[in-house]
Design a protein around this ligand. Structure first.
Ligand SMILES: [Zn+2]
Length: 564
């Protein structure tokens, strides 16, 4: 017979449980304009958070009613709130670099490198990335511009797309590159009229220098990761899906685990595994087990990635018809190998991501996914094609039919000098008209997830949204936009950067919209991006980022107007 005290204890525990279920929210946010991302109820005024979840979404009165004595109430003063941004295609950089994006001139490149070099131990390598040929006089990158400011210290800077690097004289010396050095296979050491290397190293030649760069230790990698996470949070990102085809290095995995252990992981991070040919079934089963054990964790696995072709600018994207001037590009795998590898991973229920940019490679990827569904039977697969820049018109409808996700980079649609003077002429007008065109996937009813391809491009989601809404450069050129018929709305772009990106990682029941029961991942913006002239998107700032109910970024000057 149980004693009375035991019965009382059991009854008391039940009471505590019941009270727990109805506990008031930790925080409520009122007087805001919430874009929920939920099609049935896209707008709300207030929401409540308990622990790491949304527990109410509605009007100020609905939500205020839930407040308890310890609930913190934040008046958002009419500011726009959106779900946390989810970058569906991002890369953890392999090293710290000076960012040279949008420099526009040699002087700016020199100044950024000098500023950055002062943060490094003296004498160490100075590494940068993000320049474009148009930053240099006569569009000709030359080491003399680096030697002028770094006569003794080795410097190497990669271009935006990582197809060439510029090294200064000390860097060339350390690499042993002289006028006698032969070009490596698949690479070119550019030489001046005097026969001396100019410092410009194309394709594989760049690695003659970059292979000398010291590898980052776990500590360095952890510091780099923290910097990237801080940037991500400051831009409203609460989820990052890494698309690196070789997966993470051992040091990177260790750094990520350390961030989880120390509580410094401020995004939900999806980590890639490599798709390779002929991987034994036991290895694939391990991948599937890793996915299952991390399904709802801050750091999760679940997909395999491979690269099927190159880029249009380098004429290495695989096209059905030749580039203007000749050459189709070559796929990196045969259809037979691709079909087999995709079917192997698909059989284990793993999601597949294939980098495919040219219409030829995109068709091969779609064929491989169709093959897998034939041999392995129907299932909710959500295989993805990354970049998917120039699909054949006839293939666009196949995305919806096969349930394949178009994983695209809105900021790539920016009609900058490289696009207008290299990319477009290589494709010719007919293909250029359907390149970098997110609209075609929306019209075809396909699921489209947006990402940045950082560090190739900035990871700022608002910059990406601006690019597809205007199809202009940041300076508003050309007036009216390049191929304005391909523009999409801010709301469509938001959906691709939130709910659709969550769907693309099988996470739509946990995140991606502001809805009861989902993770409290949201962003407060300085202006209402759903009711403004598109040019103002570039002036809009993130004021507050919250991931799982926890503040991961607060803009300086954005005061906490909370009360109890
Ligand atoms: Zn990428």
């Amino acid at each position: 017979m149980p004693r009375l005290s035991q019965i009382v204890a059991v009854a008391f525990a039940a009471l505590v449980l019941a009270a727990g279920a109805a506990e008031p929210p930790d925080r409520i946010y009122v007087n805001s304009r919430v874009w929920t991302g939920e099609p049935a109820r896209p707008e709300a005024l207030a929401f409540a958070v308990r622990g790491d979840r949304f527990v109410a979404v509605g009007t100020d009165a609905d939500v205020r009613d839930l407040a308890g004595p310890r609930t913190v109430v934040t008046d958002l003063q009419g500011l726009r709130v959106v779900p946390g941004f989810d970058d569906a295609h991002w890369h953890l950089p392999s090293r710290r670099t000076a960012r040279l994006d949008g420099a526009g001139s040699v002087e700016v490149i020199q100044q950024r490198l000098l500023d950055y070099s002062r943060t490094l131990p003296s004498g160490s390598w100075v590494v940068g990335r993000g320049w474009m040929p148009t930053d240099f006089p006569d569009r000709t990158a030359d080491r003399r511009y680096l030697d002028a400011v770094f006569p003794d210290r080795p410097v190497v800077i990669r271009d935006r797309d990582s197809h060439q690097a510029l090294a200064n004289a000390p860097a060339l010396r350390l690499a042993g590159i002289t006028r006698e050095t032969p070009d490596p296979a698949d690479g070119w050491i550019v030489r001046g009229t005097d026969g001396e290397p100019t410092g410009l190293l194309k394709e594989a030649a760049a690695s003659l220098v970059t292979q000398l760069l010291p590898n980052l230790s776990v500590d360095d990698t952890y510091e780099l990761l923290l910097q990237e996470l801080a940037t991500a949070a400051s831009l409203g990102l609460t989820s990052l899906q890494d698309a690196t085809d070789v997966g993470l290095t051992q040091n990177e995995r260790a750094a990520v685990l350390r961030a989880v252990e120390k509580g410094t992981m401020t995004v939900r991070y999806r980590v890639p595994l490599p798709l390779e040919i002929g991987v034994p079934a036991e290895q694939i089963a391990k991948y599937a087990a890793l996915r299952d054990s991390t399904r709802d964790a801050l750091v999760s696995y679940g997909f395999v990635k491979t690269i099927l072709d190159g880029t249009v600018d380098a004429k290495t994207a695989f096209m059905l018809e030749p580039y203007v001037g000749g050459g189709n590009g070559v796929p990196m795998l045969s259809q037979k190998d691709l079909d087999r590898a995709v079917a192997d991973f698909d059989r284990a229920g793993l999601q597949v991501e294939i980098h495919a940019i040219g219409d030829g490679a995109i068709r091969m990827a779609l064929d491989a996914y169709e093959h897998a569904s034939k041999v392995n039977g129907p299932r909710d697969r959500r295989h993805r094609i990354e970049h998917v820049e120039v699909p054949a018109a006839a293939d666009v409808a196949r995305f919806r039919a096969l349930g394949v996700i178009a994983s695209t980079q809105p900021i790539g649609a920016t009609p900058d000098v490289v696009m207008l003077e290299n990319y477009a002429p290589l494709l010719g007008p007919e293909r250029f008209a359907r390149a970098y065109n997110p609209k075609q996937f929306d019209v075809a009813g396909a699921t489209q997830a947006f990402g940045s391809d950082y560090p190739v491009y900035s990871m700022d989601p608002l910059a990406g949204i601006y690019a597809v809404v205007t199809r202009q450069t940041r300076d508003g050129v050309p007036a009216g936009g390049s191929h304005p018929e391909n523009r999409i709305s801010v709301e469509a772009a938001l959906r691709h950067y939130t709910g659709d990106a969550a769907y693309a990682s099988f996470d739509e029941s946990r995140k991606g919209t502001i809805a009861v029961g989902k993770y409290a991942d949201f962003v407060v913006l300085s202006d209402d991006i759903l009711a403004m002239a598109p040019a103002e998107l570039l002036e809009t700032r993130v004021l507050l980022t919250v991931m799982g109910g926890r503040e991961t970024y607060r803009a300086s000057g954005f005061g906490d107007s909370s009360s109890r």
